[in-house]
Design a protein. Structure first.
Length: 145
């Protein structure tokens, strides 16, 4: 939304409301449309901001113009929750040396390769043992050709 610059206003004598001419609103403006009015502070009297700050505002858009009325003063903002207690500074974790980081990164793959090697060794021993058990034992005799 682009703010609409207002160049003329009319203030009520007790400064509880003011009037803006209807021509500041676009012809196609509808009440459900958003609108931002930019009113230069020079158009208001000197103490006006203190009188109007933090008040409920009622706006009436009529064919004659826009009427802005200041209502009751708003309650002061709720007190902020108490600040959280300061936690003690935690020491930084010790930095690992490059050697330890490299060994840590290759440790798991190294263990996996070693496990595969040991498994392969034992499976070949078992396969060789079972292969020799299936063959019949032949004994060569000296008296047989």
């Amino acid at each position: 939304m682009i703010p609409v610059l207002v160049r003329e206003i009319a203030l009520r004598d007790d400064f509880t409301s003011f009037y803006i001419p209807r021509k500041v609103l676009a012809a196609q403006w509808r009440p459900e449309d958003g609108l931002i009015l930019d009113i230069p502070c020079e158009l208001f009297p000197t103490g006006f901001a203190e009188n109007c700050g933090r008040r409920k505002v009622r706006v009436a858009v009529m064919p004659q113009g826009v009427f802005v009325e200041f209502g009751t003063q708003l309650e002061p903002a709720a007190t902020e929750p108490p600040p959280l207690p300061d936690l003690p500074d935690l020491p930084e974790p010790p930095k690992r040396s490059l050697r330890k980081r490299l060994l840590g990164n290759i440790y798991l793959p190294l263990v996996a390769v070693a496990g595969l090697g040991v498994t392969g060794l034992f499976s070949s021993i078992v396969a060789q043992t079972l292969a020799y058990q299936d063959k019949p034992a032949t004994i060569a005799r000296a008296d047989q050709p």
